[in-house]
Write a protein that binds this ligand. Structure first.
Ligand SMILES: [Fe+2]
Ligand SMILES: [Fe+2]
Length: 182
């Protein structure tokens, strides 16, 4: 079965797909053309609600378990969580800026683009840090049985949450791929 590192990794790949799609829409906007604003809004929305409900709890569980055995992790406890909060704030700000553009309130295209690009850079850096440091440390420090038990625990903890059922995410991913330029 998939262990908790596999689950987190798979979700990172989904986030990377969504971010890549978002970047393409921003490129369109930057060229002065009209991006698919509905898609941009949906991606920002899902990136705000889905990780908070389904992904970050898995990381918190793994981080707590890892801190028990890894002095390196103990020093870093709280850093990942703080990053999650900052990313959440940036996502909410980008959403607000997008809404202002759509309502034709005074937010310039450049301001929104800068916010969105900044946000994407922050999330990419966070994903890279987790992929290159956090997850390898978990694999090194915890045995297979523990990582599998954590996966079961994490899945059970988020199973009842509507955001984690995946329906909306699957629709969005299908839409993301369908609308992808050749
Ligand atoms: Fe994270
Ligand atoms: Fe993550």
């Amino acid at each position: 079965m998939a262990d908790i590192v596999d689950l987190i990794h798979a979700e990172h790949r989904i986030m990377s797909r969504l971010l890549a799609r978002l970047e393409r829409e921003l490129d369109i906007f930057e060229k002065g053309e009209r991006p698919d604003f509905d898609l941009v809004r949906d991606i920002l929305d899902v990136m705000l609600s889905w990780p908070a409900a389904c992904h970050h709890p898995k990381e918190a569980l793994l981080e707590a378990r890892l801190a028990k055995v890894s002095p390196e992790m103990r020093k870093r406890v709280g850093i990942i969580e703080r990053e999650h909060l900052k990313m959440g704030e940036q996502l909410a700000n980008a959403q607000q800026a997008l809404d202002s553009i759509l309502m034709e309130v005074e937010v310039s295209r450049d301001t929104f683009l800068a916010m969105a690009r900044n946000l994407i850079a922050r999330i990419k850096y966070h994903l890279m840090m987790e992929e290159e440091e956090f997850l390898p440390l978990a694999r090194q420090s915890l045995d297979a049985k523990t990582l599998e038990a954590l996966a079961r625990e994490a899945e059970a903890a988020v199973a009842e949450r509507a955001e984690c059922l995946g329906d909306r995410l699957q629709v969005l991913l299908a839409e993301t791929d369908n609308k992808a330029p050749a």
